[in-house]
Design a protein around this ligand. Sequence first.
Ligand code: T5A
Length: 211
Amino acid sequence: MTVRGRFITLEGLEGVGKTTNREFIESTLVERGIDVLVTREPGGTDLGEQLRHLLLHATAPVSAEAELMMMAASRKQHTVDVIEPALKSGQWVLCDRYADASYAYQGGGRELGIDVVAALHDLLQIDLQPDLTFLLDMPIADGLNRMAARGKPDRIEKEALAFFERARAAYLQRAHAQPDRMKIVDASLSIEAVQEQVRTLLLAFLERDHG
Ligand code: T5A
């Protein structure tokens, strides 16, 4: 019988180093002979990538509710077409953002509230839970400064500081409520120091998982 793969996600605000650590986690898993599929949200399917483009670059106004529904549409397609089949086949999946991002950005940042995000996910039957989530956390201004050094901000990166403060608070609240799954990483340190934290948490997970 094929053993179901594990689902690992990376979360956090802009510029906290998700992409940087995604590559590090992937190589750590591959070194241990684990077959891992790397993907992202919004995106991960043709439809998801088209929605991602709209979400990040739309010039027309996007209501908070429309934003939530586009994120959820991308997630449903991605979960059904990519994530679930990979997990069922025994592959591990490493995803740059998943449902926690909607709780943080749309529930917290856009002030739609946790219940609305949860109700939409229930309605769409998006009930997959990551086995392990890294929440990379650091002061918002520092992350935005890292992003500013990279060039033109997208539609969401142009939001006011208060929006990101609410999203960060929602992320942290979620992590404190689910400490076994969501591990907070201090992302303000050097790349090496951040990777050391990630490595320790990942190895502890692997030990538990195989233990
Ligand atoms: N969104 C997403 C929602 O609102 N709801 C949802 O449900 C979902 C799924 C997606 C946007 O969509 C929103 C959230 C986002 O606004 P994105 O591109 O996935 O956008 O997210 P970003 O956070 O914008 O991703 P980035 O790739 O741009 O940032 P990362 O991945 O966090 O950061 P990274 O690794 O690219 O690093 C940024 C820079 O910092 C440097 C890197 O070299 C790089 O130059 N860096 C460090 N520098 C110093 N010290 C360290 N420790 C460093 N780590 C990285």
